[in-house]
Structures are given as structure tokens and as C-alpha cells.
Design a protein around this ligand. Structure first.
Ligand SMILES: Cc1ncc(COP(=O)(O)O)c(C=O)c1O
Length: 458
């Protein structure tokens, strides 16, 4: 298997070692081996790309090198988790210091206390924090905490929102017109074999529809422990929740005795106080992961002292017992501490301005080329859509996804020309970037749109 493409843009000083007829021979050979030992050659559904994925070899700053020696401007940053790009020297020093004295212990370490103090000192909604090893686990323990705290079994979530791989959080992730129901969203299984009992415990609300959501929450109030919401859901098109929607959820959950949980696994990037600071709404619990690990596996749930008491073991078995061999392991803790310490208020602002530059520039590229499309996102996050259909909720963004072949062509063109974004069009910035790298992306992006226009006209 081979991929071929022809370089069509000038790469200035960046891409001098990129071949004019790029091939991916070593990746192709690795994939062949991988299919022998890994199902479909894959360990992570997200990174699958047909006919085979490109394999990474190394990274430095905002650049990534693949196993064939080709360099890419990395605008994906391990799906938004690398705030400082690859191998940041300060983070690497912190990790090396820890490696020399032990990587994990059957006892807690000072590093978890230091890091908890830093995070709780930043976000007013974080009085206490509990660590896990992934965003999926963070969501799982947040939902269990809500059930334990309220004594109610059900959870509510938004149609089309991704929250990781816990069965309950996966419900209605990819509901489609033939299954999603008319009057109100139905609970639709994502993974084959999802028990009906799981579907029965998940109430689905429509993102950015405050009145309908309020009606559904009131109708199920007696059994609902919480509402789980990502205020900037990537799978929903990376379109922000409206102020009215979030304020309605805050008011209704408080009145009905449910917890409001923000899933900020991606959107904690939105500022020094995370998405809740950016949106001005304080949830009861927040799940975070990705950027707080400094490049290492991590997850956490944070919230008010009152709710977090469900994990407190001091008076015997907690309401929500929670173990985890690598929870708060010191390698992740010191990496996270270094990464978040580097991320000052000024750095958040600088990255946000670069985010504005990339979104404005990409919108201009659509206008200049006459190609149908739009760019969504906030802060240091962006997502490219090859359709100008207004995106307000999951159903609208699903309709716009009919442009998937056009997006696939643009993403492939970017990759063949040394720029990495997600197959879904998602991208995230990192602090080693400056206006120079953003403009480099925009130049290649404009060329990708022209190339796509030529291909689709042919
Ligand atoms: C909003 C959201 N929640 C939860 C998760 C799951 O996090 P993890 O992949 O660390 O399990 C993700 C992952 O992308 C996410 O985007």
C-alpha cells in the first residue's frame, strides 16, 4: 500500500526535507505488521485512517517527524492534549528528575498535593480534586459521584456529545435520523451489545435547545442525578453552548437537586479558569484530562467540597469508593505541574490570539477561494467544516458532515504537504507556535481548498 501526492505549495524554510513525491513506505510496512497482532492494526479507534495511518517517530516543539522521516507542523497535539508541543525542556526536566527517584509507589506522594493546590488555586469551582488516568475514567467517576451524592440512578447528557468510553456516557453519541426520534431525543446505543438497562438510565437532551431540555429534565427529575455537558463539544461541531442554554441548565439542576457536570476534558484549554471561567457558569463537578497531564496519561474530577466528600474514606467506606493503581502517579503529577505552571494567564491570552488568527485566516481562505465551508472553535481550538450550513446543534452538524469526502481530501492534502490536523477537521495550537507557523498553515490550507475545488470540479 502506498500513498502518493505531489507538492503544490512552497514550504519556505519549513519543509525542505519533504520529498516532492511523498510516500509512506515505512508506515505501510509497520501497519502490515500491526494487523498481525492488533485488531485491524489499531489500538485507538480515533487514529484510524484509511488505507493505513502514518506512524510517528518523534516530536520536537510544534513539529512531528514520521517513521519515513517526513516532518509535519503538528496542529493536532495528541488530540488537543499537548499544550506545549513535544518534549518541552521544562517538562522533560521535571519528568527526568522523577524517573531517577521512582515512577510509582504504593503510597501517596507530595506531588499530588502540590498539583492539587495549583489547580484548586486557579479555578474557583475546584475546591477539591481526585485523579484518575484518562478522561473516560474521570467522566465515569464523576457520574458515579453524582449518583452517590444524590441517591438517584439516571444521568442526562446531550445528543451527539462525546465523553469517552464509559457505557453510560456513550449513549446517543452517534444517533442518526433513523434512530434519534422526533419529539425528543431517544437513547441510542453506540457500542453493539449495550444493555437496554444502560439506555434506560440515560436521558438525552438536545444541545443548545434550552426549553426542550428543561421540559425533559423536569419530566425525569425524580430519577436524575446529574446533567453532563461539554460546553464546546467537538463531535457536535466544536460550536459553543449558548449562554441561555448553560444558564438554563444551571438554574434547573439547582432547583431540581441534580448536579451540573462540565466535561472540560478538551475545553479546559479555554482559559486560566477553564471553560467555566470562559463561559461564566460554575458547575458542581468538572472533569478534566489531556492538558493537565503534561503529555502523560491523566484524568481528574474536581468540584465542591460537599460533593467531593463522596470519595472521602476517613469515616469508613466512602459513598463512592474509587481505586486506581496509577492514580496520581508522580510522573504524571510533576509533568502536569510543570505544564500548567508554564501556562500563565499571558500564555493563555497569546494562544487565544493565535487561535483568532487561524480562525480569521481560514474564514478568509474560504472567502477568497469561493469554496463552501466554515471554521468553528474558541481559544486555541478550531475545526474546519466543508459546508456553510449554520451549526447550532448536533443534528445540524451531522447534516453538514455530508461533506466528509471534501474534508477528507483537504485533510489528506494538508498531510501530504506537512500539516497534521484530525480527520474530523479538529485542530489545537501549542505554545511553541507563533504567527509564523499559523501563517504557514494558512498558506497550505488555502492551497488545499483550491486543490479540493479543482478535484471536485473534475
Ligand atoms: C470531551 C471529552 N470527554 C472525555 C474524553 C475521554 O478522554 P480520554 O481519551 O482521556 O479517555 C474525551 C477525549 O477526547 C473528550 O473529548
Amino acid at each position: 500500500m502506498k500513498r502518493h501526492a505531489t507538492m503544490e505549495v512552497s514550504l519556505g524554510n519549513f519543509g525542505t526535507d519533504i520529498m516532492s513525491e511523498p510516500t509512506y513506505e515505512t508506515s505501510s510496512a509497520l501497519f502490515e505488521r500491526a494487523t498481525e497482532y492488533l485488531p485491524g492494526g489499531n489500538s485507538r479507534t480515533t487514529v484510524w485512517a484509511a488505507p493505513f495511518p502514518v506512524y510517528a517517530a518523534s516530536g520536537e516543539g510544534c513539529w512531528l517527524t514520521d517513521v519515513d522521516g517526513r516532518r509535519y507542523l503538528d496542529l493536532l497535539n495528541n488530540y488537543t492534549s499537548l499544550l506545549h508541543g513535544h518534549a518541552h525542556p521544562v517538562i522533560m526536566d521535571a519528568v527526568r528528575g522523577q524517573l531517577d527517584i521512582g515512577t510509582c509507589f504504593p503510597l501517596p506522594t507530595k506531588s499530588e498535593v502540590d498539583f492539587a493546590e495549583l489547580l484548586c488555586g486557579r479555578v474557583p469551582g475546584f475546591e477539591q480534586i481526585r485523579y484518575a488516568n484518562s478522561g473516560s475514567e474521570a467522566v465515569m467517576i464523576a457520574l458515579k459521584a453524582a449518583r452517590a451524592h444524590t441517591g438517584r440512578p439516571k444521568i442526562a447528557k446531550c445528543e451527539g456529545s462525546y465523553h469517552g468510553s464509559y457505557d453510560f456516557a456513550e449513549v446517543s453519541l452517534d444517533s442518526a435520523p433513523d434512530t434519534w426520534g422526533n419529539a425528543e431525543p431517544k437513547s441510542v446505543p453506540y457500542s453493539a451489545g449495550t444493555p437496554q438497562s444502560v439506555l434506560d438510565e440515560v436521558v438525552v437532551i438536545p444541545f443548545n435547545h434550552p426549553e426542550e431540555s428543561e421540559r425533559i429534565l423536569r419530566a425525569n427529575a425524580a430519577h436524575l442525578s446529574c446533567v453532563l455537558i461539554d460546553p464546546l463539544p467537538n463531535r457536535g461541531g466544536l460550536i459553543p453552548a449558548t449562554r441561555e442554554f448553560l444558564e438554563t441548565l444551571r438554574r434547573v439542576t439547582t432547583e431540581l437537586g441534580m448536579l451540573l457536570i462540565f466535561d472540560e476534558v478538551i475545553s479546559f484549554r479555554l482559559g486560566f479558569e477553564g471553560a467555566q471561567g470562559a463561559f461564566g457558569v460554575t458547575p458542581d463537578l468538572t472533569t478534566i484530562a489531556k492538558i493537565i497531564g503534561g503529555g502523560f496519561p491523566v484524568g481528574a474530577v474536581a468540584g465542591s467540597r460537599d460533593v467531593m466528600a463522596v470519595f472521602d474514606p476517613r469515616r469508613g467506606k466512602p459513598l463512592a469508593p474509587h481505586g486506581g493503581t496509577f492514580n496520581a502517579n508522580p510522573v504524571t503529577m510533576v509533568a502536569g505541574q510543570a505544564a500548567m505552571t508554564l501556562m500563565t494567564q499571558d500564555e493563555f491570552k497569546r494562544l487565544d490570539l493565535l487561535g483568532d488568527r487561524i480562525r480569521d485566516g481560514a474564514a478568509q481562505a474560504f472567502a477568497d477561494t469561493g469554496v463552501d465551508g466554515q471554521i468553528t472553535g474558541m481559544g486555541s481550538l478550531f475545526r474546519i467544516h466543508m459546508s456553510s450550513t449554520p451549526l447550532i446543534d448536533y443534528r445540524a452538524s451531522l447534516a453538514a458532515a455530508t461533506q466528509a469526502p471534501a474534508l477528507a481530501r483537504v485533510v489528506q492534502y494538508l498531510q501530504d504537504n506537512g500539516v497534521l490536523i484530525a480527520p474530523t477537521g479538529l485542530g489545537a495550537l501549542s505554545t511553541p507556535m507563533t504567527e509564523v507557523e499559523i501563517d504557514h498553515f494558512l498558506e497550505i490550507f488555502k492551497s488545499a481548498l483550491l486543490h479540493n475545488a479543482t478535484r471536485s470540479a473534475a
